[in-house]
Design a binder for this molecule. Structure first.
Ligand code: ACO
Length: 322
């Protein structure tokens, strides 16, 4: 049987750090409020001349290094992003060019904060059906470009960054199962209302910002993460206590704690980076994962659960042995 496994991980965070105290100076908020309601202490913000592809490329190079591969070994590049460099070409094509390779498939997917687990789902199926041996899956975002710095209810929540993995063909799993879902009826609760084919006005492009009903998103996120965890464990006849690590989407510490509690997972076994990175949407899981691999917490052979929830709503999970 053909399976896929994660052969390498990488990540990149822009140099500029904006703390809660920095935000206190430009909006009516406080470090205390932000930490208490979200767990966030700081976030990284891309420089004016940094695009999503710059962040993605740096993360991809690290993942290739860890996998011991050259860019030429890559058969497919998938980038999950809600903040592509351009409407087209896809950011994945830009990254492919900058990796100095040609010919392999390269495309972007847009599933908001769940984009990375959607990408893993596609990449795993691609490898298992003989489509290629090595797939780069990247989550990369410059959410600061969609942030309304005059709206304190959203501005404090988001950050920029990128995470990447190389998924590689293998003869034992690796990826055990992937699960993706969406329910489009919640469009209005979390959105950037301007797009290309609807409501697009080039003179108002600078007003295309994130809008969110925080309370409603919070409630749905907690309920949905519980159901996707049960679906994933039931499908594989795995007891929640067998999990070594829980790597959730990093949106809000209270959502993470609630999801961990339902899994009966002690917080020492939950990877948390929301305090340092804030919510980096599609980048948040691969970023958190890479941090914990590189600091030695997550080790080869351990059983991991990734879980994501985002605009759409979209949600999904990955159960894997690292
Ligand atoms: N600083 C200070 N006060 C604030 C701020 C702020 N940054 N933002 C809101 N407030 C005020 C509100 O105006 C309100 O004041 P009022 O009572 O006088 O009206 C008060 O704080 C409470 O506001 P709530 O919205 O009820 O606060 P809540 O406890 O729900 O926290 C939050 C808000 C953090 C946004 C929370 O709802 C949340 O985390 N929701 C989920 C959001 C999320 O995770 N989104 C992303 C998931 S999907 C994805 O990743 C794209």
């Amino acid at each position: 049987m053909t399976y896929s496994r994660i052969a390498g991980t990488g990540s990149y965070l822009p140099e500029k750090v904006v703390t809660n105290s920095d935000l206190e100076k430009v909006m009516d908020t406080s470090d205390e409020w932000i930490q208490e309601r979200t767990g966030i202490k700081r976030r990284h913000i891309a420089a004016d001349d940094q695009a999503t592809s710059d962040l993605a490329l740096a993360a991809a190079n690290e993942a290739l290094d860890m996998a011991g591969l050259a860019a030429e070994d890559i058969d497919l590049i998938i980038i999950a992003t809600t903040t592509p460099d351009k409407v087209f070409p896809g950011t994945a094509c830009i990254v492919q060019r900058r990796l100095g390779i040609r010919g392999c498939g390269a495309f972007d997917i847009q599933a908001a904060c769940s984009g990375f687990v959607y990408g893993l789902d596609l990449a795993d199926r691609h490898i298992r059906t003989g489509g290629g041996k090595n797939v780069l899956v990247i989550g990369a975002e410059t959410l600061s470009r969609l942030t309304n710095w005059e709206d304190r209810t959203t501005a404090v929540l988001f950050g920029d960054g990128a995470g990447a993995v190389v998924l590689q063909e293998t003869d034992e799993p690796g990826i055990i199962s992937t699960h993706i879902h969406a329910d489009g009826q919640y469009e209005d609760l979390l959105q950037v209302p301007q797009g290309v084919s609807q409501g697009y006005d080039i003179t108002r492009a600078g007003e295309a910002f994130i809008q969110m009903n925080g309370n409603a998103v919070f409630r749905r996120a907690v309920a949905t993460l519980d159901s996707i965890a049960r679906e994933t464990l039931d499908k594989n006849n795995i007891d929640k206590h067998d999990l070594d690590w829980f790597v959730p989407h990093q949106a809000n510490m209270r959502i993470i704690t609630a999801a961990a509690k339902k899994l009966d997972m002690p917080m020492e076994r939950v990877i948390v980076t929301v305090d340092e990175h804030a919510n980096t949407s599609a980048a948040s899981i691969p970023l958190a994962f890479d941090v914990a691999v590189r600091d030695g917490r997550i080790k080869r052979g351990e059983l991991l659960l990734f879980e994501a929830f985002g605009a759409g709503f979209t949600w999904g999970s990955t159960l894997l042995r690292f």
